[in-house]
Design a protein around this ligand. Structure first.
Ligand code: ADP
Length: 500
C-alpha cells in the first residue's frame, strides 16, 4: 500500500469528525507521498552507484598508474633524445620529468633558437654571395681600367718595333715589351685567382726556350732592381737543356712574383736568380729554381701566413711597400699545380731564399723544333675601315697598326658618329669599341643594323667578363678581340670577317 493511503486513514481517524477529507488536505497528503517516493528512489540509486565505484576503483587506479608510468617513460625518452641531439647542451637547463609543460616549453624555445640560427645563416650566406659578386665585378672593372692603358703601351711598343728602331733602342723596346707583357699577365692572374681558388685553373703546356725565358724575366726585373740600388745577378746552369716542355707563362709568373718581392723588400742589397740542374735523364730534367735576397727577411712566426691570400707579414708592410698579399698565394698554388712546392729560408735583417724544384720534360738538341719564324705578309688590300674608338691613345696606335696592313682608316669618336658615318659611306669592316661616351658600342651596332646588315662589325673590348660573347652577338656584332690584343690575332680575325 502507498504511504498516502496510510496517512489518509490516520488523518481521517484522528483529525476529522465526519471522516471526510477536504480537497486541500488531500493534495497535501499527495505531495508528502511524492516527496517520500522521490527520496526512496534517490536512496536506491545512490546505494547502487556506491557499489559500482567501489568495484571498479582499484581497476581505474591501476590504469591511471600505468598511464602515468607510460607518460613518464615517454618524457624520459624525449629528454634522452634531446640530449643525444644536443650533446653539448647544458643538462641543467633541461626540465624534470614531473613537468611535461616545461619539457614542451623547453623544446619550443629550442626550435625558436634553431629557426633564428637558420635565418641568420641564410642572411650570412646571402651576404657572402653578394660579396663574391661584388668582388668579381670589382676585378672585372679593375682589369678593364688597367687593360685599356696597357693595351696602348703594348700596341705602341709593337709599332715602334716595326719602325726599324736604332740598334741601341732595340734592347729598351724588348724590355718595354716584356715588362708590359708581364704586367698584363699579372692582371690576368689576379683575375684568374678566383679560378685558382675554385680549382678551375688549368696549365697550358708547350715547348719553350727556358734560357731565353728566364733571361727576359731577369732583364725586366733588373730595371726595378737598379731603381732600388740593388745588385742583381743571374746564374743558369749551362747543362740545363734549352727546350723544355711546360707552362712558360705560369713559370714566368712564379719567378716574377718571387723576384718582384725580393727587389721590393731589399734596398742597396743583392738579389739573385739561380737555376741549377738537379737531375737529368733521357727525357726529363729537374731544375732547382731559387730567388735570394739580402733584404729585410721575414719573422719565423709570420711564415705560415704569407702564403695565404691577402696576407702580409705585418700591416706596416702594406703602408711601406704596398702590395696585395696575393703574389705568394698564387705562387704556391701554381707550383702545387706543377707538382712542386715552394720552400723558404729566411732571417730577419739578413734576407730570404725562396726555392722550388720543377721536373720538366725536355727536347734534346738533336730533335728539330718546328718554329715558324718567317714573317707573314700582312695585307688587307686597301680595305676601308671604320674605327669607332674614343681614347686618343688607342686611336693613335690602332690606326697606325691598321694602316700598316695596307688599309684606309676612318675614325668615329663615339657610337653616334659611327651611325652617321655608316649612313654616308661604305666600309669593309667596323672595329667597334664598347665603352664610349655619348653612345656605346652596343647601341651604335643595334642602330647600324636597322639599315645595314652586311658590313661586319668587330668589337674591341677590354672587358674580360664571361658573358661578353652573348652580349656582342645579341647586339649584332660578328666577333670580338680583347684588349690588349695580339696584333696577329686581330689581323686574322679581320681577314676572316671580311671574307664572309
Ligand atoms: P705582396 O708582396 O703583394 O704583399 P705576397 O703574397 O707576394 O704579397 O707577399 C706576402 C708578404 O710576404 C709580403 O707582404 C711580405 O710581408 C712577405 N714577403 C714576401 N717576399 C718577401 C721577401 N723577399 N722579403 C721579405 N718579406 C717578403
Amino acid at each position: 500500500m502507498g504511504y498516502n493511503k496510510l496517512l489518509e486513514r490516520q488523518i481521517k481517524k484522528h483529525l476529522t469528525t465526519s471522516g471526510v477529507l477536504d480537497e486541500n488536505l488531500m493534495s497535501f497528503i499527495q505531495s508528502i507521498d511524492d516527496s517520500y517516493n522521490a527520496f526512496e528512489r534517490d536512496k536506491r540509486l545512490s546505494e547502487h552507484a556506491f557499489q559500482v565505484s567501489e568495484k571498479d576503483y582499484l581497476d581505474i587506479y591501476d590504469r591511471l598508474k600505468s598511464e602515468i608510468n607510460i607518460r613518464n617513460q615517454s618524457i624520459l625518452k624525449l629528454m634522452e633524445a634531446i640530449r643525444n641531439m644536443e650533446p653539448d647542451s647544458d643538462m641543467s637547463i633541461l626540465p624534470g620529468v614531473d613537468n611535461l609543460l616545461d619539457v614542451v616549453n623547453y623544446l619550443d624555445a629550442q626550435i625558436k633558437k634553431r629557426k633564428a640560427a637558420e635565418a641568420s645563416l641564410k642572411i650570412a650566406k646571402e651576404e657572402a654571395e653578394k660579396a663574391t659578386q661584388a668582388k668579381s665585378e670589382f676585378l672585372s672593372i679593375m682589369s678593364h681600367e688597367i687593360r685599356t692603358p696597357l693595351s696602348v703601351v703594348i700596341g705602341l711598343g709593337n709599332i715602334l718595333f716595326r719602325q726599324n728602331p736604332r740598334p741601341d733602342q732595340v734592347n729598351n723596346l724588348q724590355v718595354l715589351r716584356t715588362s708590359a707583357d708581364n704586367l698584363l699577365a699579372l692582371i690576368n692572374d689576379i683575375l684568374d685567382f678566383s679560378k685558382i681558388d675554385a680549382s678551375k685553373l688549368e696549365l697550358e703546356h708547350a715547348v719553350f726556350d727556358i734560357h731565353k725565358t728566364v733571361d727576359e724575366i731577369y732583364q725586366a726585373i733588373s730595371i726595378k732592381a737598379q731603381e732600388k740600388d740593388n745588385l742583381m745577378s743571374i746564374y743558369i746552369d749551362t747543362k740545363i737543356p734549352t727546350w723544355v716542355y711546360g707552362d712558360s707563362h705560369r713559370i714566368t709568373q712564379v719567378l716574377n712574383n718571387l723576384l718582384s718581392n725580393a727587389v721590393k723588400f731589399t734596398q742597396k742589397g743583392k738579389v739573385r736568380l739561380s737555376l741549377q740542374l738537379e737531375n737529368i735523364s733521357d727525357s726529363r730534367c729537374t731544375i732547382l729554381f731559387s730567388v735570394s735576397d739580402t733584404g729585410i727577411g721575414i719573422e719565423k712566426d709570420k711564415i705560415q701566413y704569407i702564403f695565404t691570400p691577402f696576407s702580409q707579414s705585418s700591416s706596416s708592410i702594406t703602408r711601406e711597400f704596398g702590395g696585395t698579399g696575393l703574389g705568394l698565394a698564387i705562387t704556391s698554388e701554381l707550383l702545387q699545380l706543377m707538382d712542386s712546392q715552394i720552400k723558404l729560408e729566411t732571417e730577419i735583417g739578413r734576407g730570404s731564399i725562396f726555392y722550388f724544384s720543377l721536373d720538366l720534360v725536355y727536347i734534346s738538341a738533336i730533335e728539330k723544333i718546328p718554329i715558324n719564324t718567317a714573317p707573314q705578309e700582312q695585307d688587307l688590300n686597301k680595305a676601308k675601315i671604320l674605327l669607332v674608338e674614343d681614347t686618343p691613345f688607342n686611336i693613335l696606335f690602332t690606326t697606325q697598326l691598321l694602316e700598316g696592313w695596307n688599309t684606309v682608316v676612318d675614325v668615329a669618336e663615339n657610337g653616334a658618329i659611327a651611325v652617321d658615318k655608316m649612313k654616308k659611306s661604305r666600309y669593309d669592316i667596323v672595329i667597334m669599341d664598347l665603352h664610349m661616351p655619348v653612345m656605346d658600342g652596343y647601341t651604335s651596332t643595334k642602330k647600324i643594323r636597322e639599315f645595314n646588315q652586311e658590313t661586319p662589325i668587330m668589337a674591341l673590348t677590354a672587358s674580360a667578363t664571361s658573358d661578353i660573347r652573348e652580349k656582342i652577338f645579341a647586339a649584332g656584332m660578328q666577333d670580338y678581340v680583347t684588349k690588349p690584343f695580339d696584333s696577329d690575332q686581330l689581323f686574322s680575325q679581320m681577314k676572316r670577317a671580311m671574307k664572309k
